[in-house]
Structure formats: C-alpha cells, structure tokens
Design a protein around this ligand. Structure first.
Ligand code: CA
Ligand code: CA
Length: 432
C-alpha cells in the first residue's frame, strides 16, 4: 500500500555513535558534548516544527453545510468569521463551504451556530494503485505497436466490438489525477475536463492534465483508441472527461470529490446534451466516508449517473466511496481470475475485473504496467459504456442490473465478498 506523503516527510535522526565513541581529551570532550547538546536541541526543534501542518499546529479542513436560507448570505459569512474559518471552496449545489479551521474545537463551535446544518472533517483520499509491480514507463516519443492488454479479452470486450458497438458517444468521467490529453492513444477520445482541486490560499493547480500518471493509466483502460499504437481500452470509442481530484502524489480531499460530483450532475441539467456525464469512475478511496459525500453520491445517482469505484487495496474492508450503496465496488483479479491478497473485500463488493499487471497508457505519451483495484474499476466503467452504447434507452440502474445479472460467477457460487457477482462480462450482458 502507498505510504501517506506526509509520513514520508518525517526527518530521520542521524546516528551519533561514531562521534561519541571516539577517544578525546577531557576538555575537548566537554566542548563536543556541549556542541552536540545544542545541535540535538536545534534538530529537535526543527523536527517538531517540520512535523506540523504548514497552516499551524491545530488547523483542520472541514465541510460546512448551511441551511438553504443561510447559505451564501452575510449570516453565513459571519458564522465562519466568528470561528476564524478561512474559505477554501464553495459548492453551492451542496450549500457547502469548504474551510480551514484553526482548531478541532472550532468544528463544534461552528456546528452550534444558527443556520449551520452540519460540519464534518474533510477526509483525505488516495489513488488505489499498489506500489509493487510498477513497471518503468515506456513509450513517449516512440510509440510502440498496438497490443491487446490481457484484461480486454478477459471481460469479452472484443466480442462486443464484433457486434459493431465500441461505446461511441458514451460520456465517462475519470475522477483521478487528470488525463494526459495529448497522449497519442487517448487524444481522439478526450472530450473535456474539470479541475476540482482546491488548495486554499495557494491555488497550485491550473489545469486538469495529469501530473502523476495514474489517471492516464485508468483512462486508457476505459477508452484507449483502437489504432496502430499502444493499447486498446474496453470501450475504445467512449468519450473521456478528465476530472482532476487528486494531486501529483495521488492524494486528494473528499470535499473536492463532492465538488466534482456536483459538476457532473450539472452537465446533465445544462442546455448541452452531448456533455452529459453518464458514468463516473473513481479509482480512489479512503478508510472513512462522510454524510456530505454520501448525499452527493445519492444526488449523482438520482441524476442518472452510474458510479464505479475501486474496492481498495488493503485486503480488508471496502474503501469509501466504493462502500456506498450507490456505487459499484470493484475487486481486482489476476489473469487466472484469482483475487490478490490486497484486494479489499466485504458485502459491498459488487463486481470483479482485471487488476493485476495491467498495461495501459501513462503520462508523457508513455505506457506502464500497474496493479490495483484502481485498474479493475475502469474495466467496469468501460463495460458499462459498451452496454450503454448498445442500449442507449437504458437508465443507469438498468445498465448496472444487466452487468450484475450477467457477470461470470467466480469462487463461492453466487454473490460473495471477494468477487461480488463475479467477473464483469459486457458481452454476456448484451446476450452476445
Ligand atoms: Ca491504441
Ligand atoms: Ca449537458
């Protein structure tokens, strides 16, 4: 499992054994001890300071939901100012302000104010890719000849293509680290995107392009182009939307996912029809959820969007958002249809898909082999795009029911906690 970036930054104390064991004259030794004590004190002070969040020792990020009559009014501003909140983002559809508070105690004081419906801690999320098995990215300036990654055949995608359906025109939003929009094996399918990262006072991100590689890999599994180079996605004519919710380290915040969910919902209520997001893939997760996130997912589901997410890579309980009932939780399989030990499990697992040693597109016009439930979920998103491409009159629940009802049963007969209904089979879902 990936380490948290802020843990990796902890300073390590150097070893002083060599200096202390060297024989020396008494006076010099005392001076050395004094210098050493001062040095250790300075090092200790520095380590203590370095371990604190940049914004101050007790600062916390929180989501504040106001009632309809209060959101966006001076009363809301006063409630935030009274507790020293600094506003990072506003999501009007959720009546929500994302703020930084000076202390955890301020959460409770803010929650008690008139017009404030609830205040929840913002939850950090991470990309669900396992670090092991990560190949060195290849390609870039020289594009390799096209190959069919093993997972594509495993889900029966080429059978569906044989029927003349490649998911053309189906809009799939990839909530991730962004997508390399100029990648020669993706470019033709990139329809647009949305930058959902909000950093507070330092707006470090300016575009939804991929500065990590993970999102480009996931996007290629959904819809890499069937041409002469690179790879082919499950639905090679689907339209990809790059929704950047994770930073260059693969980390992000639940509040930004909530912001992105309302962006997607908004595409379905504006005047434009060909931008309507139909499927959202979330190859990311956290060990806990929030009621604000649950509400946003329920709103997206009600708006007609099919939601798929990685089950998680810690081999234990299913991550959030995959664990929510509105979301299809996807477990990983290797090429023998076995579940790797790290694939998270539980009653919420709904489908399984290829997630071990998956070759796909990478940032910088490259390609890489990665493993994780991050790679499994986009196989399901692509499968949903194929089903929708063949049967455009279905709603999201109808597509989900077809995929669940025609999965390839694995392991224990019937739905189980490792593979759900089994391996996703869009060909079987379409009666092919
Ligand atoms: Ca290709
Ligand atoms: Ca629209």
């Amino acid at each position: 499992m990936r380490r948290w970036a802020n843990n990796a930054a902890e300073p390590e104390l150097p070893s002083w054994g060599a200096a202390l064991s060297r024989p020396a004259r008494p006076g010099v030794a005392r001076l050395r001890w004094a210098l050493l004590a001062v040095l250790l004190l300075m090092l200790g002070l520095w380590a203590g300071w370095a371990a604190q969040p940049a914004q101050g020792s007790q600062a916390v990020r929180a989501m504040v939901v106001f009632d309809d009559a209060t959101y966006g009014t001076p009363a809301a501003d006063r409630a935030l100012a009274a507790v020293g909140a600094s506003v990072i983002n506003q999501v009007s559809a959720a009546r929500m302000a994302v703020v930084e508070l000076p202390s955890a105690a301020a959460v409770h004081r803010l929650a008690a104010r008139a017009g404030v419906r609830k205040v929840e801690f913002d939850v950090p999320v991470r990309a669900t890719e396992v670090a092991t098995g990560k190949g060195k990215p290849s390609g870039g300036t020289t594009q390799p000849a096209q190959v069919l990654p093993w997972g594509i055949n495993e889900v029966g995608a080429s059978t569906v293509w044989g029927s003349g359906n490649r998911g053309a025109g189906v809009n799939v939003a990839v909530f991730d680290t962004g997508i390399d929009a100029s990648h020669p094996d993706l470019q033709a399918n990139i329809a647009g995107g949305y930058l959902a990262i909000h950093d507070g006072k330092y707006r470090r991100k300016t575009s939804y392009s991929d500065d990590n590689g993970h999102g480009t890999h996931v996007a290629g599994i959904v819809a890499a182009v069937d041409n002469s180079i690179g790879v082919v996605g499950v639905a090679p004519e689907a339209r990809l939307w790059s929704v950047k919710v994770l930073d260059s380290n693969g980390f992000g915040w639940t509040s930004d996912i909530v912001d992105a969910l309302y962006w997607a919902i908004g595409t379905r209520s504006d005047a434009v029809r060909d931008n309507d997001i139909q499927i959202i893939n979330m190859s990311l997760g956290a060990d806990s959820g929030s009621t604000v996130e649950a509400t946003a997912l329920a709103d997206a589901s009600t708006a007609g969007i099919l939601l798929a997410a990685a089950a998680g890579n810690d081999g234990s309980a299913v991550d959030y958002p995959a664990a929510y009932p509105e979301v299809v939780a996807v477990a990983a399989l290797d090429s023998a249809d076995a579940v790797p030990s790290w694939s998270s499990r539980g009653p919420q697992v709904e489908l399984a898909a290829p997630g071990v040693s998956i070759f796909s597109t990478y940032k910088g016009g490259g390609y890489a082999t990665l493993s994780g439930t991050s790679m499994a979920s986009p196989h399901v998103a692509g499968a949903a795009a194929l089903v929708w491409g063949a049967q455009p009159s279905l709603d999201a629940a109808g597509v989900r029911a077809l995929l669940d009802g025609h999965a390839q049963d694995l392991g224990v007969s019937g739905r189980d906690e490792l593979t759900g209904y089994g391996l996703v089979r869009p060909d079987w879902a379409l009666g092919l």
